[in-house]
Design a protein around this ligand. Structure first.
Ligand code: F6R
Length: 248
């Protein structure tokens, strides 16, 4: 696993650059995208690169990792809304046809059906060429919380109490944070040909330690990335602090 330790804005710039190069080499790339606070600057760099005519997204296809259950795509905290406002509305991607964000609404049966169709659609598009990941403080990737089977495909799941607490900062009240989500599974994520994970700040240090040094265990879902043949992690010094201190 390649590790890049740097500070912002360099981290986000490097990840944006990797996406731009990917699209330049293969204009119809299939990209796996994440939401949350971590990739916001990366998306800003991509919008700037598009405006500077360095890259076009017109043939790019995207699949997002996850969505909250219970929020309409128009809700300001839904991940569909996030993607539209942070990226899709500002670039030349064909939003209706080529961007795939799971729906968070519907009954259990329709959510399950949708999850199965999502994995099939990824396959149909040729698989994900480049996947960006954030990292939960409990080691989740996507919304695969501790204990999620490594062979999981896209599925509905409950959010861990620590994730609800972490994400409460974005809602008016913690009671408004959805308790369930639909997420790509760990197996789905691992099938991406190339993965770039980004983590910043001291709250991610324990998870980064387990990601890099820990045994591969379902208790730390991120640890499965040790088994990926082409995964790089981009971290700042604070997120890498526990790994660094073990080296001394
Ligand atoms: C979001 C996602 C999550 C986040 C993680 C970190 O699509 O899949 O795994 O990447 O919860 O979130 P932030 O970046 O807000 O710290």
């Amino acid at each position: 696993m390649k590790v890049v330790v740097a500070a912002e804005p360099e981290l986000s710039q490097q990840i944006a650059q990797a996406f731009i190069q990917q699209i330049q080499v293969k204009p119809n790339s299939v990209l796996g995208l994440a939401t949350g606070s971590t990739p916001i600057h990366t998306y800003q760099h991509l919008v700037e690169a598009y405006k500077a005519k360095q890259v076009s997204f017109k043939d790019v296809v995207t699949f997002n990792l996850d969505e909250y259950v219970g929020l309409e795509g128009t809700h300001h905290q839904s991940y569909r809304y996030f993607m539209n406002t942070q990226l899709f509305d500002h670039i030349d991607i064909q939003k209706e046809e080529n961007t795939h964000v799971l729906l968070g609404t519907g009954d259990a049966e329709s959510l399950q059906h949708q999850a199965k169709a999502f994995d099939a659609k990824i396959q149909e598009c040729g698989g994900i060429d480049l996947q960006i990941l954030g990292l939960g403080s409990d080691g989740h990737i996507g919304f695969n919380e501790p204990g999620t089977p490594f062979d999981s495909l896209t599925h509905c799941t409950s959010l861990a109490p620590s994730t609800i607490t972490d994400n409460a900062r974005l809602f008016d009240d913690i009671s408004e944070v959805p308790t369930q989500a639909v997420t790509m599974g760990l197996h789905t994520i691992m099938q991406a040909r190339r993965i770039l994970l980004m983590a910043t700040g001291p709250k991610k240090a324990e998870a980064v330690y387990h990601l890099v040094k820990g045994p591969v265990t379902e208790e730390w879902p991120c640890s499965i990335l040790q088994r990926h043949p082409d995964c790089a992690i981009f971290v700042d010094a604070e997120a890498y602090a526990l790994v660094s201190s073990q080296k001394e």
